[in-house]
Design a protein around this ligand. Structure first.
Ligand SMILES: NC(=O)c1ccc[n+]([C@@H]2O[C@H](COP(=O)([O-])OP(=O)(O)OC[C@H]3O[C@@H](n4cnc5c(N)ncnc54)[C@H](OP(=O)(O)O)[C@@H]3O)[C@@H](O)[C@H]2O)c1
Length: 333
């Protein structure tokens, strides 16, 4: 099958288009014929070697986490999926590889694709929607009437997190640049802060939840816009000791995580604010619930660009440039 392969870690290195053997299917996996693959910053960060400690992959490696496609084969223990089903997923860590014609996905990580969406639209959803769900529903337990600050509302995570928070009945504040103010308003944002001309710290106070996806300075400022008892959830680091435990990291990695987040955890504690790091996980049953939200029209995909398969490197470069409005997708067939 055709695939885009990472041979060597390196900043902005190119993936190699190659003909590779079909993946071997395990008993609990479904082989998905890939129709479209979503592109995430995580793909570029793994390629650059930034995730070596958290996700120690062996090279060569096919990159790509998000997939929408058709079931081509099922493992002997698979019960919920049949040949021909239209499905979508965030592929499992250490089993990624959606920039390819076929990818094996654990049954537990797969869901039927939202019926009303195209393959490209469905492929744009899994990683960012699961991130929004795991941050706002699982970690924050966001409730009707609460105030949430979602940074970078025009990005992949932001466009879905705003819509999910509105669906949950929260009031949403977000940051974006002037060009994207109309987009985030159309998604339901109640308070829009143009980060080029305004400082969110001067606009927001007493937030119940902040979803932080930006740099360390933004993280520190976020602490100050939360009420006592509020929750700061960061998806852009630093990792906390609980995350080290969750992934069963070796002792020295756990120590690094403890040290990296020691300062912000201490300052959060002093302010009576909860701090946690989220690294999203594959989850088929959550994707099933998310599909229902799309089918009901409660949330909509936001796609910036669709690239042809042969332009996978260009798609990654486009995402890395940091200006995507919603999601970038590679069309595979
Ligand atoms: N831990 C996890 O599980 C997890 C999961 C998903 C993502 N992430 C991380 O979360 C971050 C966001 O991911 P993403 O996929 O949403 O990124 P993305 O789609 O690439 O974000 C691009 C958007 O960010 C906006 N932006 C850039 N700088 C900004 C700023 N200073 N303030 C507000 N908006 C800004 C841009 O809008 P303008 O053009 O208007 O500036 C653009 O629309 C990344 O670091 C990613 O690696 C982590």
């Amino acid at each position: 099958m055709k695939a885009f392969v990472l041979d060597r870690y390196g900043k902005a290195g190119a993936l190699r288009p190659a003909d590779v053997p079909m993946p071997e299917l395990r008993d609990d996996e479904v082989l998905v014929q890939v129709h479209a693959a979503g592109v995430n910053l995580l793909d570029a960060k793994i390629r650059d070697g930034e995730f070596k400690l958290i996700l120690p992959y062996r090279l060569p490696l096919i990159l790509g986490h998000d997939v929408a496609g058709v079931v081509a084969q099922v493992g002997s223990r698979v019960q919920q999926f049949r040949l021909g089903d239209e499905v979508y997923a965030r592929a499992d860590d250490f089993r990624i590889g959606t920039f390819a014609e076929y990818v094996p996905v654990k049954e537990a990580s797969l869901a039927l694709k939202p019926k009303g969406l195209t393959m490209e639209e469905a492929a744009s959803i899994p990683l960012v929607a699961l991130t929004a769900w795991q941050a706002l529903v699982e970690k924050a337990d966001l409730k009707k009437g609460q105030k949430v600050f979602i940074q970078a509302g025009s990005g992949g995570v932001g466009t879905l997190a705003i819509q999910l928070a509105k669906h949950l009945g929260a009031t949403v504040a977000t940051t974006t640049s002037t060009a994207n103010v109309a987009l985030v308003k159309s998604l339901g944002a109640d308070v829009v802060i143009d980060y080029k001309s305004q400082d969110f710290e001067e606009v927001l106070r007493d937030c119940d939840v902040v979803l932080n996806s930006q740099d360390g300075k933004t993280l520190e400022k976020s602490l100050r816009v939360l009420r006592r008892g509020g929750k700061l959830i960061t998806i852009s680091g630093p990792p906390d000791p609980e995350f080290g435990k969750e992934i069963g990291a070796p002792g020295f990695v756990k120590l690094v995580m403890r040290l990296l987040s020691a300062g912000v955890r201490r300052r959060a504690k002093n302010r009576g604010v909860g701090f946690s790091f989220l690294f999203m996980r594959a989850n088929g049953s959550q994707l099933g619930e998310i599909a229902r939200l799309f089918d009901a029209g409660a949330v909509h995909p936001v796609i910036d660009r669709v690239f042809p398969f042969e332009s996978t490197n260009e798609a990654l470069a486009y995402v890395e440039a940091g200006r995507a409005k919603g999601k970038v997708v590679v069309k595979i067939r």
